[in-house]
Design a protein around this ligand. Sequence first.
Ligand code: ATP
Ligand code: MG
Length: 362
Amino acid sequence: MGKIILTGDRPTGKLHVGHYVGSLRRRVELQNSGEYDKIYIMIADAQALTDNADNPEKVRQNIIEVALDYLACGLDPKKSTILIQSQIPELCELSFYYMNLVTVSRLQRNPTVKSEIQMRNFEASIPVGFFTYPISQAADITAFKATTVPAGEDQMPMVEQTQEIVHKFNSVYGEALVEPKILLPDNQACMRLPGIDGKAKMSKSLGNCIYLSEEPEDIKKKVMSMFTDPDHIRVQDPGKIEGNCVFTYLDAFCKPEHFERYLPDYANLDELKSHYRRGGLGDVKVKKFLNNVLQETLEPIRTRRKELEKDIPAIYEILKKGSEEAEKVAAKTLADVKNAMKINYFDDMALIHEQTEKYRKE
Ligand code: ATP
Ligand code: MG
């Protein structure tokens, strides 16, 4: 059994810097490490429709945006298979069988789904599809026999749900599925990057994002308006690092060489933090430094994206090829699943023989 990656994003908007540090940057490193036998990157349009049923146009428009962001960040279709979820009908069939292995109360306990329901004000009117999306995510992961799911912290409950489904399936029907593991970012700040408003998570749905394709002046405006420590009023006041977005972003993005280039008075981030804590360091200076760091990180991504935007049909072709290749793999897994469940009646010679014998005796 090889090492296989499956991960993806919902096409509900352009990708933001939370995606970058939480998952995308890592994916590109893993892709280029050569340590994985297969890498599948899924644009989860069917999942996006579970809470955007009345707005299919939003999902349709954002498929290309997500694909452009992927390629701009360095995902390479020669090394990674990029696919569109809805083009793989086998995923629905797998979800349908997995639904029998999960209880309603188990889904109700999923903390990510709980907070997403609250965020979307669904209350009692939760679409069934949305409520059950952790099951469909288990289908996505297992269809490709993924061993590794690089994702942000919010995906932990989904991977746990998948592990439970795999465990249950394999013990009831026999070993057909592979149990995946989540691969979280190694830096705490990247697990769940907050929005520029200081809210728990940067998220397309909350409108508190810095997008990967953002223009330099917009990045600067957003950085300068970021949430810091509300009690740090005068420069000489001592400041708090905890919950201070600007420092969380520096934790996620800043490298030692950025100090040499943009802030040579400090050797590293620890020195900058202790000066802020002591007092005597203004927010504007730290924000200007963060702006330089983000501009340097995002500039090459934006430039590459602009090149890619010149040939949109080529991008759709990449997605078509990737989806076709992925469908073959998912079809093979579905056949394994149906064999294990013994619902492959027409290939099951033993069943036909058994029934023949039964009726011969009567
Ligand atoms: P939506 O609001 O539509 O749910 P989203 O911004 O949460 O969109 P997703 O497509 O749900 O983005 O998430 C895709 C991947 O990016 C997941 O692996 C998720 O863990 C990661 N991710 C999303 N937002 C963040 C964040 N703020 N910090 C770290 N990782 C994140
Ligand atoms: Mg999300």
